[in-house]
Design a protein. Structure first.
Lengths: 257, 583
């Protein structure tokens, strides 16, 4: 029985924390395309770089690095909206990347509209959520999940004081990690942020071009996309302003596969 | 003797209080001159004859053209040839406000409730003739400008001089009100003695500075000075009491006005006006100082520039100059000092900068320049300080690092730390490493690996837990089955017909052996009861079993063991009771 448990745990650790050989990038055409796109960027052919990065993304390589590079290329072409959109997408995948946060802050400084989200109680309590991606939280939770059940398993056979406290501590960590993972998962699945892409767009009172213009928004401003109707999207701002905008004038941060 | 005395007293009282006839009351006014200048004060006396007192002071009507000051009151009482006369004189001083011929009076006085009116008189007030009045007046006021034609923002001096040969006191001054012109007094009034037209005067001089802000022609209205002039009464003999302290002099108010002045203010010329001209007009010069001129990297030197001169010093600008490369410049708050003297306003502005070199070398400091309009040369001037240089030696930081192992624990301070100044803004470059691309989500929510990792440990634990539980449950189950089986066997046998005492005792012993896993070959009733008690059977049941077994033992040991025993049913019931109690 014990040998069976040890074998199972060994398999779990190998799966959860694979060695570098396992995660090596599959050298292929994609790799060549990535390098050629980088070269285009360094030579100032930013549109060529964008085409390359977009092709990689379309082929399923949805990595933070690609979104980051794409954001840089759009920034160089003065497409602030698309630059911020891709930086935000990259941030979902690698929120702790220092370069990304620097560039995103720099791009945000250039936004015309003063729209900012105020932190809520959840984000203040689970303050680490903004700096950890869902993958990171998943790995942490996976580790703590295995640790917790392993400790419980040990306690079945060895009812020592040490295993008792270890089970209590691992239970607390397991709950925290599980809650964090759950919240992050919920955030990502309810993330309705969208980025204004055009230089200046009219926000109307209704989904019709003849409706009253309520206010204007500019490229890079992040709004909340509530619903879409007939090529129009209902958006809202943190200060409760609401209105309709043409669907093509903005794009959601989270890509719905 | 007494009667004559009483008569005299009665007569005296009658003379004193009864004689003044109220019906003879008359009021008259008189002035001390019929013609006066506007600068004079005219004495006027209102006399009330025939009354010892009036109900109220005299009331003037239609005298708005004069300032009226009451001088005093005198009463006179006379008895001449039995005729009693009384008179009250009210003295007033009139100061005309304008020239012209004025009718003085009538004045109304109320005596015993009855109103009496005075006569009228005429007074002619003429404009004062400067030359004549100055020649003749012992007190006169003059005003003058240092220059009647100046440029914008050029300062000039307005001087008021009070010449007097008599004593004056209680002087008050009303300066003219001129739009855009502000009179700023220069120091305290100066008193000195001077000669005017061959006559000696005491002079009180007051100076004001004027700075006309805009071009144009300004009329400076006369200044007005009011005072009390003390005129000693003329005496034929001079003696000890001719001293003013003892003299019986009278003071009368006097108002003097100066002559109006015209000021012509010229615009500053456009030709040659420097681009950095700040409106500074006057005469200025500039000095600079740099201390120390040799220092090390990280240390600070102080550059001081002082602009001083005469003119509108408040317009001295804060000077700016190009900051040399590799030298941080921190400006201090400029200090402006304005001084007043008899010539007008002068002052200085001191500006200081702290220079902190960041790199060794020799640096040239380009001095700032200052432009102003020179009122002496009547042209714009540009002044600047000579070039300054600063010699920067290597700082201590590197030396400290090199010799830090030999510093003997001395606390050597490095250069002053400064916040990093951002010079530009741009994004950081792209990521070129393929390693970043390898960070794909190996574990994704909903995938096989995800469920394997998150459900797997739980299943392993559950299996282990159940295995342990089942293992335990199997032992107990076997024991229970064995016990039930033994009980059923014992009951079935005990219920058989014609069962002897030996058989019953054997059945019960076998039951206990099978039920509790024992291997007893023989067993007394007491031992059986103890076993049952130790396995959780109640004392009563154990005692009943002990009694039955004792009966069986007695039958066996008395030779009746093979006889049929009727206790089979009792034993069966007791076995059931045992099973029940043990469970």
């Amino acid at each position: 029985m014990k040998s069976f448990i040890c074998l199972s745990m060994h398999i779990f650790f190998i799966i959860c924390f694979p060695g570098p050989g396992i995660i090596a990038f599959q050298a292929s055409e994609s790799e060549e395309l990535f390098f050629s796109s980088n070269q285009a960027y360094s030579q100032g052919r930013f549109q060529g770089a964008i085409d390359g990065y977009e092709q990689l993304l379309r082929s399923g390589h949805k990595y933070g690095t690609l979104y980051y590079n794409l954001g840089n290329a759009y920034f160089r072409l003065d497409q602030l909206g698309r630059a911020i959109l891709n930086y935000e997408r990259a941030r979902l995948l690698m929120p702790g990347d220092a370069d990304l946060n620097f560039n995103l802050n720099h791009a945000r400084d250039k936004i015309h509209d003063a729209v900012s989200e105020s932190p809520n109680l959840v984000s203040m309590t689970f303050f680490w959520l903004n700096d950890l991606s869902l993958g990171n939280l998943l790995r942490i939770f996976a580790f703590l999940n295995i640790l917790f059940w392993t400790v419980l398993l040990l306690r079945l056979f060895f009812k020592f004081e040490l295993t008792y406290y270890a089970s209590i501590v691992s239970l607390i960590l397991w709950i925290i990690a599980g809650t964090s993972f759950g919240l992050k998962f919920y955030q990502l699945n309810t993330d309705n942020r969208a980025v204004i892409l055009e230089h200046k767009v009219n926000i109307l009172a209704g989904p019709d071009i003849s409706d009253t213009v309520l206010f204007n928004l500019h490229a890079g401003t992040i709004v909340h996309h509530e619903r879409s109707e007939d090529g129009w999207s209902l958006i809202s701002l943190p200060d409760k302003k609401r209105g309709w905008v043409r669907a093509g004038a903005m794009e959601s941060v989270v890509i719905q596969d | 003797m007494k009667r004559p005395i009483l008569l005299l007293l009665a007569l005296f009282q009658f003379m004193l209080f009864s004689c003044p006839a109220r019906g003879d009351v008359s009021v008259s006014i008189r002035v001390d001159r019929e013609k006066a200048t506007i600068a004079d004060s005219i004495g006027m006396v209102v006399s009330i004859t025939g009354a010892g007192e009036s109900d109220s002071p005299p009331v003037f009507k239609d005298m708005e053209d004069f300032h009226i000051t009451q001088g005093g009151t005198s009463s006179r009482f006379e008895v001449i040839n039995g005729q009693v006369n009384s008179r009250i004189d009210y003295s007033f001083l009139l100061q005309p406000k304008k020239t012209g011929t004025f009718e003085i009076g009538p004045v109304e006085v109320r005596v015993d409730g009855k109103a009496y009116r005075s006569n009228k008189t005429t007074l002619t007030v003429v404009k004062r003739s400067q030359s004549n009045s100055m020649d003749q007046d012992p007190v006169f006021l003059t005003a003058g400008l240092s220059s009647t034609e100046v440029y914008e923002e050029e300062q000039l001096i307005y001087t008021l001089k009070l010449h007097h040969q008599t004593m004056v006191s209680n002087i008050s001054l009303d300066l003219p009100e001129a739009e855009y012109l502000t009179f700023r007094q220069l120091g305290k009034p100066v008193e000195y003695r001077s000669f005017y037209n061959g006559q000696s005067y005491d002079v009180i001089e007051i100076r004001y500075v004027l700075i006309p802000p805009e071009k144009g022609i300004y009329i400076i209205e006369p200044s007005k000075m009011e005072m009390i002039v003390t005129q000693p009464e003329s005496r034929s003999r001079r003696g000890l009491f001719d001293d003013p302290f003892f003299s019986f002099s009278t003071g009368r108010p006097k108002t003097l006005t100066s002559e109006p002045l015209e000021l012509r203010v010229l615009p500053l010329p456009d030709t040659g006006k420097p681009s950095d001209f700040s409106g500074l007009v006057g005469n200025f010069h500039i000095t600079s100082k740099l201390e120390p001129d040799t220092l090390k990297v990280g240390e600070s030197a102080t550059m001081t520039i002082v602009v001083n001169g005469r003119g509108n010093t408040n317009r001295i600008p804060d000077l700016k100059w190009p900051e040399p490369e590799h030298i941080k410049v921190y400006a201090d708050e400029p200090v402006l000092e304005i001084r007043e003297d008899a010539e007008g306003l002068s002052g200085s502005k001191t500006m200081k900068w702290a220079l902190v070199p960041e790199k060794e070398g020799r640096y040239k400091i380009h001095p700032p320049s200052l432009s102003f309009f020179d009122t002496e040369k009547l042209q714009y001037q540009k002044i600047k300080t000579p070039f300054l240089s600063i010699n920067v030696l290597p700082g201590k930081t590197k030396q400290i690092q090199a010799s830090s192992g030999h510093s003997n624990g001395q606390n050597i301070k490095g250069p002053a730390k400064k916040s990093v100044k951002e010079l530009g803004h741009d994004i950081l470059p792209i990521h070129t490493s393929v390693q970043g691309l390898g960070k794909g989500p190996l574990i994704s929510p909903g995938g096989i690996v995800f469920w394997f990792i998150f459900i797997g440990p739980f299943f392993i634990y559950a299996i282990a837990f159940l295995g342990l539980k089942l293992g335990k449950r199997s032992d107990t189950f076997n024991t229970t089955l064995k016990a039930k089986k033994a009980a059923r066997k014992c009951i079935r046998r005990c219920r058989q017909d014609e069962t002897s005492s030996i058989d019953l005792a054997l059945y019960f012993r076998n039951y206990l052996n099978e039920r509790f896993g024992l291997s007893l070959g023989s067993m007394t009733s007491i031992e059986a009861a103890e076993i049952l008690k130790s396995r959780g059977v109640s004392h009563n049941t154990a005692q009943e079993i002990q009694n039955i077994l004792k009966g069986l033992e007695d039958a066996i040991y008395t030779g009746k063991g093979h006889n049929v025993c009727p206790l089979g049913e009792d034993i069966s019931q007791l076995v059931r009771q045992v099973e029940k109690e043990i469970q």
